[in-house]
Design a protein around this ligand. Structure first.
Ligand code: HEC
Length: 210
């Protein structure tokens, strides 16, 4: 009797083990005879956008104005946090080639990669903010896209930092604080007299260049 009970119990339990392993269901992309096109997955209606991925703001997500041209200015508020974030992201993702000051002398370049142009050339200083955003989004020549590693808000932070680097190399003399100017002057006079090119690190004041 005991044995019979045990066997019945074992059979009942084995029956439970079937769980939902066997049921009518369609696994992803399996073919189907139910729909006329033979596919189990239904095509998306035209214009479907995944929730939260519309990215309709052209300035924010493509660096373009309503006319399709690159925006002149960074379309997010400039804050200290943004700049510090931009500096950090730039140092991680861009400085290996562009160098931490943007001259294009990063370690990968020193090891043989194509040297990018300096951010301090006239053309790139005059370039619109949206252009830098676009280079990061789509790549440029030998440089690949950084869209996967750097999300849009960080791309704007990096643009803000590039602007900061550019300003740091071209600050008109009258914008300098007195102590900065003194420090620069003493650094310039301390530098070796045998290299006259290093003598003055100050750019001419803007009134002199006019
Ligand atoms: C692996 C090296 C490398 C990295 C990393 C890199 N770049 Fe570049 N970048 C280049 C090279 C090389 C060029 C020049 C491409 C060419 O002329 O083919 C370039 C060109 C540029 C230009 C100039 C485009 C022009 O009109 O002259 C900008 C702006 C720029 N990069 C921004 C960035 C920013 C911002 C980052 C970080 C998100 C970055 N790059 C990361 C190698 C790199």
């Amino acid at each position: 009797m005991r044995r019979v009970l045990f066997l019945t119990g074992a059979l009942v339990l084995a029956g439970c083990r079937n769980d939902m392993h066997q049921q009518a269901k369609i696994t992803p992309y399996r073919e189907s005879t139910f729909f006329a096109d033979g596919a189990s997955a239904r095509p998306l209606p035209d214009g479907t956008v995944a929730r939260g991925f519309l990215n309709a703001d052209a300035a924010l997500y493509r660096g373009q104005g309503p006319d399709g041209k690159f925006v002149e200015k960074i379309p997010v508020p400039l804050t200290r946090e943004l700049l510090l974030r931009g500096q950090e992201r730039f140092d991680i993702y861009c400085s290996p080639c562009h160098g931490r000051t943007g001259e294009g002398q990063g370690m990968i370049v020193q090891r043989g990669f194509k040297r990018p142009m300096s951010y301090h050339i006239e053309r790139l200083r005059a370039e619109r903010a949206g252009y830098f955003f676009d280079v990061m989004t789509n790549g440029f020549g030998q440089m690949s896209s950084y869209a996967a590693q750097v999300p849009p808000d960080d791309r704007w932070a990096i643009v803000a930092w590039i602007r900061t680097l550019q300003a740091s190399h071209n600050m008109p003399r009258e914008f300098l604080r007195k102590e900065d100017e003194e420090q620069l002057n003493s650094a310039a006079s301390e530098s070796s007299p045998s290299s006259p090119s290093k003598k003055s690190s100050l750019p001419p004041s803007s009134s002199e260049t006019k």
